[in-house]
Design a protein around this ligand. Structure first.
Ligand code: DC
Length: 271
């Protein structure tokens, strides 16, 4: 990140942004402010390349998506972080997550700033840096209540589509409903899966071995079961490629995803 120019602009949903163009906007009132560092030598210069990646918790989705964005010099959007940011905002203001109209209104008014660069992890709500806070266990435990609110989904999907458009449709977007709802028209759509055993093992390692087996099951299996009620991410929809990472290490998984990109767009897929 050192020395890189940070571009900030408001994602209004208007196209017209080109790689390397700096657009600044002071207002964050209705949308999402973005920190984005344009990278050099992109693939498919000037042409859209949206890579939609869905998958359950512990499939390696975030780290693999980030690395793919880095190698292909694409922007990166972690949509789960947006659901986590709404959850943080509601809990910080001590709102009842069961009050769906209030939670939806909070999402619609959310003053959110986030990084769309794979090189920089940054999320702010109302000017508070919540990058670390949104990963805390109490947020993970509550986020499904927010993610299953259909009004919240409607608003975040609107913002996500605006962000994709604002980046000239050159972005890796990861989540649970990206291949099926948010970016059904993506150039590449991919489901990253892994066996339950592999997913529990990975999430356990990620959390530094601090969680009991029961806590892990709660955080991985039970949360996915709740989230599955509003988004379908366990079976690939028509036209969606599947990569099963159960027996692949990180590098092999990244390669498998780059192979899918190559197969889908018919061009060499980056470094
Ligand atoms: O990927 P994650 O654990 O950071 O996601 C946080 C929560 O948001 C999780 O409960 C699933 C939900 N989510 C969703 O419903 N739709 C998305 N596109 C992304 C995440």
């Amino acid at each position: 990140m050192a020395g890189a120019a940070v571009t900030e602009f408001e994602a209004s949903g208007e196209a017209g942004w080109e790689a390397g163009t700096e657009i600044s906007a002071a207002s964050t009132a209705r949308g999402t402010t973005v920190r984005y560092m344009p990278g050099g030598e992109p693939v498919r210069v000037g042409r859209p390349l949206v890579i939609a990646i869905d998958g359950p918790s512990g499939s390696g989705k975030s780290s693999v998506s980030k690395e793919v964005a880095r190698r292909l010099r694409l922007a990166y959007l972690d949509t789960g972080a947006m659901y986590r940011a709404v959850t943080w905002d509601c809990l910080d203001r001590e709102l009842d997550l069961g009050d769906s109209a209030l939670v939806e209104a909070s999402a619609r008014a959310l003053d959110l700033e986030l990084s769309t660069s794979a090189e920089l992890e940054y999320v702010a709500v109302r000017g508070n840096d919540v990058t670390a806070a949104i990963r805390e266990p109490h947020i993970s435990a509550s986020v499904s209540a927010v993610a299953t609110n259909l009004g919240v989904r409607d608003e975040l999907i609107r913002r996500q589509r605006a962000l994709i458009a604002a980046h000239g449709r050159r972005m890796v977007v990861e989540g649970r409903d990206i291949t099926t709802v948010v970016a059904r028209d993506a150039e590449v759509r991919l489901l990253l899966t892994a066996s339950e055993e592999a997913r529990l093992r990975r999430r356990g390692l990620q959390l530094g071995g601090t969680q009991s087996a029961e806590e892990l099951v709660q955080q991985v299996v039970e949360r996915d079961a709740r989230d599955s009620t509003v988004a379908s991410f366990t079976q690939a929809a028509d036209g969606v490629y599947t990569v099963d990472s159960s027996d692949l290490d990180f590098e092999e998984t990244v390669s498998a995803v780059l192979d899918v990109v190559q197969a889908a767009v018919g061009r060499p897929a980056g470094a």
